[in-house]
Design a protein around this ligand. Sequence first.
Ligand SMILES: [Ca+2]
Ligand SMILES: [Ca+2]
Ligand SMILES: [Ca+2]
Ligand SMILES: [Ca+2]
Length: 202
Amino acid sequence: MGRRVLAAMAHAAMLLAVSGGCVHGVVVDADVGADTDADADVDADSDSDTCTGTVELCNGLDDDCDLDTDEDDVCPCERLRYDRSLYLFCTAPRTWDEARRSCDGFGWGLVGLGGEAENDFVGRAAWDRANSYWWIGLNDLDEEGSFRWAATGEVATFTSFADGEPNDAAPGEDCVSTDYASFGGWNDYPCSNELPYVCELQ
Ligand SMILES: [Ca+2]
Ligand SMILES: [Ca+2]
Ligand SMILES: [Ca+2]
Ligand SMILES: [Ca+2]
């Protein structure tokens, strides 16, 4: 590496050190090291590690560098965090496809449930918010009895159907909801029914 390049890099590093904070949409952490304050930053400067200086979006990040995440009602529905995932609990009833398109429109997806702990969390949080079935991303629209997740197209390896489900009851049930009669249980249900729904950040 030439001396001129090294000099330019040193100059750039100095500028970053002087400016600090979030500049021109770029995350600038000039002082990489241990953090001693209580803000959202793991470095010792005052910006959030996720800040990019853009408009705040509903995405679990502090986009606009004000140390607050997803503030000012940017999320269209109540947002909850569990483990490393984010969920939106949308109580306005939609058909399954409307719900799927609604989640996609937020840049999220209709929720996929990968195991018992996540399923339990989502089932209970849904129950707490509305005593109803809630749409999840599972469906057997393409092939009867082969249940796939909408967001990934993958066949479910974990399932949690309630006793007697899925039963594809007349006139046919190809979309899956939580079952309010049993925490953690699922039911296949007519896709045209309007239910609250859960989105997950993909
Ligand atoms: Ca913010
Ligand atoms: Ca955000
Ligand atoms: Ca079916
Ligand atoms: Ca059913």
